[in-house]
Design a protein. Structure first.
Length: 105
């Protein structure tokens, strides 16, 4: 079985927001009925913060190809910040375990 993303997935996080989590991250705790929590519809918590979509981070032959260097980057000012939602790792079928971090200052 092959699973492919239906939405954009290739986002980097913004260092200034990570340095000020209380001022930049919105936490949403969802009500939980006690049913199976490990799917997107039952995710017990969501974090919303800003990210930037990274054009160099793409799939080739259905495999994600990471940018040439991984770690901290100075963001291209043409990249637009977007609000993204993160859920616990086990609540999704496709998973990202690490995000590149971008400096916008």
């Amino acid at each position: 079985t092959e699973v492919l993303p239906l939405d954009a997935w290739n986002y980097g996080l913004i260092r200034s927001e990570l340095n000020d989590l209380s001022g930049s991250v919105t936490i949403r705790q969802n009500e939980w009925s006690g049913d199976y929590p490990w799917n997107l519809e039952s995710a017990p918590i969501e974090l919303q913060l800003s990210g930037v979509q990274i054009p160099e981070w793409k799939t080739i032959n259905s495999a994600p190809i990471l940018p040439a260097a991984w770690g901290s980057y100075r963001a291209d000012k043409t990249l637009e910040k977007e609000r993204i939602t993160l859920v616990p790792y086990g609540c999704t079928t496709l998973r990202i375990t690490e995000f590149p971090v971008y400096d916008f200052d």
